[in-house]
Design a protein. Structure first.
Length: 59
């Protein structure tokens, strides 16, 4: 098991808010486009806009 599998998964995932690419950061998935941060619970990304943390300074 290696990181390549995670990357393949990340390639399939997209930000539900803007369809941007997601990158892994600590225990979260961060949208490269809008900056929303999605939690990962028990290894499963929770890609729900209402669950996302907005980036600071966003309106
Ligand atoms: Zn986004």
């Amino acid at each position: 098991m290696g990181g390549s599998q995670d990357r393949a998964l990340l390639d399939l995932l997209a930000c539900p808010a803007c369809r941007g690419r997601l990158s892994e950061e600590d225990d979260r998935l961060v949208c490269c486009s809008c900056g929303r941060r999605y939690p990962v619970r028990e290894g499963i990304p929770v890609l729900l806009v209402e669950e996302a943390e907005r980036p600071e300074g966003a309106t």
